[in-house]
Design a protein around this ligand. Sequence first.
Ligand code: SF4
Length: 379
Amino acid sequence: MSAPGGADTERRLAWLRGGELPQTHNARTIAALASNPGCARRALLDAAATRKQDIAEHAGFPVPFGMSPFALSRGVVFERQLKDDPGGLLLALLRETLNLDIAEVGFTDLNDVGGSPDLAVRHARTKAVLTGRPDQRGTLFDHPLLRFRVGGRHAYLEPDLIAFRHDDTFHVVEIKSFAVIDGQADPAKVAAAAIQSAVYVLAMRDLVGDTATVHHESVLICPRDFANTPLATTLDVRKQLGVLERQLSRIAAIDSVLAHVPADVSFSLDADEKGVPQRDPGDLLRDLKRVDANYSPECLASCELCYLCRDEAGGSTSVLGKSVREELGGIESVPRALKLARGDDPLPVPEDLQEAAAILRRAAGLRRDALGTAWAQTR
Ligand code: SF4
């Protein structure tokens, strides 16, 4: 392969993707991107809209992301029972949860625009419908195709929500298949749903052009206990909106990331006509490693490249987590931190590490004393 000469941003991103169709984002991928705004590798893989899971697998680090087929089909059945009768069960839940007095609703599915696969066409239709004339406005809109600005570029958001409008205010409605058992849901899943709702709220606000008309309270609908009986609750996502906006503002514009990446780096899988990757895995891995990463244990919950980056970061203090790395104040390797703690590092301690080295020595001394006492007590 030879790199494109003098390519602009779009051409370089297409080169990185290697002839594949761009993947659409969803709220999970945006939330994951925002969770590590300092990672150039992730920013580039996302900006180029690559198949991250396939890339990780082909490079030798597969990660088991995604739902089990059982959970998927259970989720589909649960969602269908609500959407097949929007004026019945769904409306009753929304009325009760938001304390509204509405007798009937219109339901518009924005998924299909004359069979066009063109995302720009689908987005334009969503915009026209959601911002249309008041006398033509509906109430429930399924699969609105939204756009989101990430790193200076727009990314399309694959629809996974219902927009509910009442009194000219929208609420995001998310239907999730994780269960609420005895009134309790898995806190990690609720937290993920809240940050995803915040992504949708921001994207909806961008679409309608008015922050006030998209409410910060979303509606989360989950199955109750072990049945498919739906339970709705509100989620106040103001905190998540603040976090997300802060994180997104820290994501560097993709042009400045590209400026530090050699022009011949490519994440192409060189897939054949059946979609089977033909590229040499070692070559792909080398190119991935030519782009800086910023690994932390949080990546394990949010990024498809996590096993690769964890392996690469082995021995560095970043694998111990952001707070430990910050506490170690610039000491980048675990063996070095241990040597400094023992006071037997043959290298001179640079001035900027002397404070951290002194703290490590003191901590090691305290540990020795504590273990010594405990050991003496057992005798
Ligand atoms: S797993 Fe790797 S690529 Fe993904 S966010 Fe973490 S450091 Fe970046």
